[in-house]
Design a protein around this ligand. Structure first.
Ligand SMILES: Nc1nc2c(ncn2[C@@H]2O[C@H](COP(=O)(O)OP(=O)(O)OP(=O)(O)O)[C@@H](O)[C@H]2O)c(=O)[nH]1
Length: 304
């Protein structure tokens, strides 16, 4: 059996759930804002109550995909909506077929899940927005602070290298002054996209502020980091950026590179890359500098 249904959002119509176990379930669901935990609480109840063998919950936009138990032969599926807000899809599996009475029972219990699930999704979205730069869609500085701390402790524990790049668009003030702020924004977005495209999935990119980006390369030593920085520099140099009026312009970035050493903390690692970036700017821009003893730029000579 495979049914696909929509769940009504008004819990008050479901008198069947207004019993002790329903109230206990609802109270439990209200105790968490973590979606995976919430779904699991609810599915555990369903498993005990109806002998469900497994479930699968998905929410595409929020990239949530959680399942548990055995995805058995008979299946019933629901599209979850609350006041036109999509809350995802959920499927249940069982060896025995689902009767109309079973479906009604599931629907009654789903009605209890809707508001807690909506709250958990709103909370998750708020957290995501708090860590996202609205212009470029990249993670922002506050997220970087958190993630860099974690990456440094992982690198130290697993004894693997870690490098950090601070990349800054060259003479961005001139770009804004010459082409206007909205074109400046447009160029920021193109540069952010190009950086993302030129990196591996495991690399982390943040908009640190203004026209400055931070890239964390876990598993990369100084040599690999320099190689990556050069790839990024070239990618931006080769970008053709289209302005509001259709004109094509180009831009460049300068990059400071640092590699984690055993005495580093988050601030010292960042400050070394930032000092290297400053040197790259002083030396003429569109170049890469790595401190303390290696300063390299391919394309326009070497900076020391
Ligand atoms: N359009 C736009 N401009 C921004 C944004 N954030 C910062 N800026 C501008 O970026 C410019 C940065 O200028 P500066 O710090 O002088 O640096 P620069 O002109 O890039 O010079 P160098 O870094 O030395 O190459 C300023 O004009 C800021 O107003 C933004 O979100 N959008």
């Amino acid at each position: 059996m495979n049914q696909d249904k929509k769940i009504p959002s008004d819990t008050s119509t479901f008198t069947e759930t207004a019993n002790d176990s329903g109230i206990k379930l609802l109270l439990r669901l209200q105790q968490t804002l973590d979606i995976e935990t919430l779904i699991r609480y609810w599915a555990d109840f369903l498993e005990r109550d109806m002998g469900i063998d497994g479930f699968h919950y998905r929410h595409h936009e929020e990239a949530i995909d959680c399942h548990n138990g055995h995805l058995n032969r008979h299946e019933v599926a629901y599209t979850l909506k609350l006041d036109d807000r999509a809350l995802g899809e959920i499927r249940f599996y069982r060896a025995r077929p689902f009767s109309p009475l079973d479906s009604r029972r599931i629907e009654n219990l789903l009605a209890l899940l809707m508001h807690p699930l909506n709250n958990a999704l709103l909370y998750r979205q708020a957290l995501r927005l708090a860590h996202t730069d609205p212009l470029t869609g990249l993670c922002n500085r506050s997220d970087m602070d958190k993630q860099l701390l974690r990456e440094i402790s992982l690198a130290n524990r697993e004894q693997r290298p870690l490098s950090l790049l601070v990349a800054d668009i060259d003479s961005f003030k001139v770009i804004n002054d010459r082409y206007g702020h909205s074109n400046g924004d447009r160029i920021l977005v193109c540069v952010a996209n190009s950086l993302m495209k030129s990196l591996r999935d495991s690399d982390l990119v943040f908009r640190y502020g203004g026209e400055e980006f931070v890239i964390v390369l876990s598993g990369s030593d100084g040599c690999a980091a320099h190689h990556t920085a050069e790839r990024l520099r070239l990618a931006i140099e080769n970008l053709s950026l289209t302005l509001d009026d259709g004109r094509q312009v180009g831009t460049t970035i300068s990059i400071g590179v640092s590699t984690l050493n055993p005495t580093d903390d988050r601030a010292s690692l960042f400050n070394r890359a930032d000092a290297a970036l400053y040197q790259a700017k002083q030396a003429g821009r569109n170049r890469i500098v790595m401190l303390p003893n290696l300063s390299i730029r391919e394309g326009q000579g070497t900076s020391h």
